[in-house]
Each structure stands twice: as structure tokens, then as C-alpha cells.
Design a protein around this ligand. Sequence first.
Ligand code: MF3
Ligand code: CO
Length: 248
Amino acid sequence: MIVIKSEHELQLMREAGKVCAEIFKGLEDLIKPGISTKDIDDYVEMTCKKHGMKAAEKGYCGYPASVCTSVNDEVVHGIPDKKRKLKEGDIVSCDLVVDNKGYMADACRTYAVGKIDEEAARLMETAERAFFEGVKYAKAGHRLREISKAVQKTVEDEGFGVIRDFVGHGIGSEMHEDPQIPNYVCSGPNPRLQKGMTICIEPMITEGDWEVDILDDDWTAVTVDGGWAAHYENTVVITDSEPEIITL
Ligand code: MF3
Ligand code: CO
């Protein structure tokens, strides 16, 4: 069941989205060689608190931190760790969900640590561009699969792989609501989008194959072939006209 949000609910989500955007801005300065992924977690937690909001990932299905920090071949759900120091040339995806009075916004950015190589830069740029190609179809009257198709084409035209094991999703009073939004074309529900729906479009892409393993911490998803991964996500409100991206 897809939940249509009221104007009041959308307002709470927009406020949460602004805090996501503020955090991403702050992370641009924070992320450099030598910091640990736990430093990122502390910053996310502190900034949510400062606004009287909560980092919704903490405790979600037992997840132990306020943000997912996935480095290099880690695709999603990397757990912040003070022993995990970032070094020049790494890339780190920071995926976070802010909860404002029970209503959420979810977004992710991948950051370069110092100077990175050209292939990694192209991977990051492609994940972001795939989001913006997909969101063109996030309009009332369009069907969900048009988003998936645009994302997949953007990624595969660059010779990169699209993760199959994790997908985008609806969001609101729950972090994960219907509909699921795969980043590739497959069978499954293909609803028409309607005003008041709120969705997370989140290309997760790899240099090589899309197959993933889960590490012994039961969370961190890594590529099987060791290729690096990038992830870019925003929460989007379907309106009468243009999509409203609330986490930019
Ligand atoms: N923010 C992730 C998403 O994009 C979910 C993180 S799972 C958690 O859907 F357990 F870390 F919360
Ligand atoms: Co998400």
C-alpha cells in the first residue's frame, strides 16, 4: 500500500530533508585523509540533535550507528568505526535518515577523500547523474519503471553495474514504505505515480559486477569482485508538476 502524505506530513519531511542537506554540506569539510568513519557518525548524530531531530538508522533492525559509511568496495551499510581511518584516494558513501517527529527523509552522498583517481570520479559522477536522469520521471501520471529504466541506462552506458540486492523505496512515517524502486528494469509492481507520494531514488552502482556479499558484521555489503561502489540518494515528493527534491 502506497501512503499519500498530507501537507502537514510533507512539511515535517521537508524539515528533515533540510537537515540532511546541512549534514552533507558539513561533511564536505569534515571528510579528509586521517579522519575515521566514527568521526562522520559523531557529526551526523550531533547535527540531528542540534535540530531536535533523530538519526533514524540508530537501532533500526539493530543497526548500531547514526549513518552508514561504506568505503571503496563496500556498497551499503558500512558501520562507522574509530579504527577505520580514511586515506587519500578512498571514496566513502554516507547514507543517513533524519526523523522529524516521526517523519523521515533519507539521502546519501559519496565523497572523495583527498585526490581520487579518474575511474572513481567517473563512478561517483555516474551515480549522481543516474539519480537526476531517473528523477525526470518522478511525476504524477508516469509509471515507476520509467525511473528504473532511466537509471539503469545511464549506469550501463558508462559500463558500470547496477546493484540488484538493494533498491529504492517509499518513505514517510516508516523508513521503508511501498513502492520498491529498483535501479534496473524487472517485473513487479509498476504503479502510476500520484501527487503526495514520497519516494527515495538511490542508484547504487559498481565498477564491475553487481554481486554482493555480506561481511561477518551482518551489515556491510561488499562487491564480490572487489570493484568499488558509489551511491547517491534523495527523497523526492511527487507533485502536480516538477518533482520536489527535499534533501538537496
Ligand atoms: N538509508 C538506507 C536506505 O537508503 C537504509 C539504511 S539501513 C539501516 O534505505 F539499518 F542502516 F538503517
Ligand atoms: Co534509502
